[in-house]
Design a protein around this ligand. Structure first.
Ligand code: GLP
Length: 620
């Protein structure tokens, strides 16, 4: 039935790892069957965090099941302009580290576009040669794709023609913003790149577009359900007769069949679904919930809801009350109150609230005002920063600190000694050498800076240093963005902190984040540890993190923020200066946007809100 909406075949998997195993198995089958025919296979490969689980599975198949890449030829989609092959963010280095170094592929069989050259003609010639090489190899058998938030495939940004071939392109602002943490700031992200064209991609025999996490849900829906458009080049896959989207549930979350299932099929109406449908009808008709009439229900395809004895009046009131009951100024439960309809139960009082943060600043940005309230209402509050977060700290901050230390040392020696080797990094930091950000000394220094800033920021919210715990999980410190690797050590540390703190109220984020991101990884770690811990999901809340905005019908607890508290939070966030592109104003604006959404449904109008969702048992 969803065929009516979806113009490309879509497979949805509960977990990215399961989806990746299936795609890797198809690749392995291709390689094997080609080998049986005495021919080689040609793969089109992608970079970014998305394909990594597929590469890890291919490496496993090579190591454990003898899958050989000796007869495989690869063509990568794209590469940034102006980076040396060994630059930490070059796609050449990415492919070496993530796949090629771990399998028996012949280096001469791997191809990555390269548009270096002194003149436009020379660059164009190289691009034409790349196309020619693909043709000579017999064309691409299986093409892997990720999708950027600009809707791009490869680096085919909005406006790329469907017939485009390999060429030099200018990167979209969204793409550069998304890469700014990798490059230590927006201004360091290359402005141009070379990419296979949309036309090149469409010539592949089979195309898999993979996407994980809620951050991709909106653009995935546009590509799959809207008309083909140059504004979202992934939508051009609609005209390919063997293209498939392979998604996890969060990335599929905006598809009509999942978000508005009543439009696709007759459904079993759970209270939650009813709430969702009615708030959708309210938005569609631009009427507050209590003003909806039978005709609004009918015209929004919800006639079924009022057909069986119910009328719009009683449904409106029930839904309005459901929303009203999510609003509470008592995130730790209200002592002594009848709490039948309150989101968080009163008992026990006071509580020990443990707030997990993937990177140290996350919880302050997403739920700073709620943290302040919990503290004010007498709860014991502990903030646990699971990772050091040093990758988020600008190089210039480390450079500044080293220079400060050097100045102090010069003026006051011998008491003021700093490790002499820190001075050695001044040159590379000052020159903006990208490798400097990966140096363990610099990373340590940045962790120290971020820690100091978070202590300062938390103090503005009434949280003292003794309530902060910095874990520094090894997966983060031994990895980098888009390429983290979790080990048993990470699991053990999370389990032991939980045991030590013994909370009866937990807040965490990342349930719908990209599973390769620090937020997605730490969510999985905590969720796993918590299953063997005596706490019910009644007392486990997820807070939204960037790119995971909650829709009103997804909210189980909305904590209103007064104008004064909003300023308090703004002040706390201002103290986080070292974090790359934190975009405080955006975070504060999102708090306001949720309050406006509630207002539009006809509920009381607040300055801002921080919102939470109960952790679903299935997520554990
Ligand atoms: C970059 C790459 C794309 C990739 C996209 C998404 O822009 N050129 O090929 O699909 O990033 O990245 P990620 O998979 O990390 O979300």
């Amino acid at each position: 039935m969803h065929d009516r909406y979806e113009k490309i075949p879509v497979q949805v998997y509960p977990e990215a790892s399961e989806a990746a195993r299936r795609v890797a198995a198809e690749i392995a089958d291709l390689i094997q069957s080609r080998e049986d025919e005495g021919r080689g296979a040609v793969l089109g490969l992608a970079t970014g965090s998305t394909p990594i689980p597929v590469y890890r599975e291919l490496i496993r198949l090579h190591r454990e099941e003898g899958l050989s890449f000796a007869n495989v030829t690869t063509f990568n989609l794209d590469e940034y302009s102006g980076l040396d092959a060994d630059h930490p963010e070059s796609y050449t280095r990415f492919m070496q580290e993530q796949l090629f170094d771990h399998v028996d592929i012949k280096p001469s069989h791997t191809n990555i576009p390269n548009a270096t050259g002194s003149s436009t003609e020379e660059k164009e010639r190289r691009c034409a040669e790349y196309e020619q090489k693909i043709r000579e190899a017999g064309g691409i058998d299986i093409q892997l794709l990720g999708i950027g938030r600009s809707g791009h495939i490869g680096f085919n940004e909005p406006g790329s023609p469907v017939t485009s071939s390999t060429r030099v392109v200018t990167l979209d602002r969204i793409t550069r913003l998304d890469a700014s943490a990798d490059f230590q700031g927006f201004h360091n992200v290359p402005r141009t790149a070379v990419t296979m064209g949309v036309g090149t991609i469409l010539e592949a025999d089979k195309v898999f577009l993979l996407a994980w996490g809620k951050g991709k849900a909106d653009v995935v829906r546009i590509a799959v359900e809207e008309k083909e458009t140059e504004a979202v080049t992934a939508s051009f896959l609609q005209r390919h007769d063997n293209a498939e989207f392979v998604l996890d549930e969060a990335a599929a979350g905006d598809l009509t069949r999942i978000r508005y299932p009543w439009l696709v099929d007759s459904i079993v109406w759970t209270p939650r679904m009813q709430q969702r449908a009615i708030s959708w009808a309210s938005g569609k008709t631009e009427k507050p919930i209590l003003k909806l009439v039978d005709d609004d229900y009918n015209e929004s395809g919800l006639g079924e809801l009022i057909a069986e004895g119910e009328n719009s009046y009683s449904l409106n009131i029930a839904t309005f009350n459901d929303y009203q009951n999510t609003v509470t100024g008592w995130p730790g439960g209200k002592p002594g109150a009848n709490d039948e309809t309150r989101p968080e139960k009163s008992d026990p009082q006071p509580k020990h609230a443990v707030i997990f943060s993937a990177e140290p600043q996350d919880a302050l940005v997403s739920m700073g005002a709620t943290i302040n309230r919990l503290k004010e209402q007498g709860h014991l509050v502990t903030l646990v920063a699971l990772t050091s977060g040093n990758l988020r700290v600008r190089d210039q901050e480390a450079l500044k600190l080293i220079r400060c230390l050097q100045t102090v040392e010069q003026s006051k020696s011998p008491e003021w000694q700093i490790p002499p080797h820190l001075g050695e990094h001044v040159g590379s930091l000052a020159e903006g050498d990208a490798e400097a950000a990966l140096n363990p000394d610099i990373r340590h220094l940045k962790s120290v800076i971020l820690r100091a800033e978070v202590v300062d920021s938390a103090s503005a919210l009434g949280i003292s240093e003794s309530s902060l715990k910095f874990l520094g999980l090894p997966f983060y410190d031994s990895g980098r963005f888009r390429q983290f690797h979790v080990t048993e050590d990470d699991h053990e540390q999370v389990a032991s902190v939980l045991e030590e703190l013994n909370p009866n109220l937990v807040f965490l984020a990342g349930s719908v984040a990209d599973p390769m991101s620090p937020q997605g990884i730490t969510f999985q770690l905590v969720a796993k540890a918590i299953t063997s811990f005596p706490i019910t999901t009644d007392h486990i809340w997820t807070y939204r993190h960037r790119e995971e905005m909650l829709k009103p019908y997804e909210i189980d607890m909305a904590v209103p923020i007064s104008p004064v508290q909003h300023e308090l939070k703004a002040n706390a966030l201002q103290r986080l200066r070292a974090v790359v592109d934190l975009r405080n104003d955006e975070a504060l604006g999102e708090d306001r946007a949720v309050a406006r959404a509630y207002d539009k449904l006809g509920l009381a109008e607040y300055e801002a809100m921080e919102v939470f969702q109960r952790l679903e048992v299935a997520e554990l």
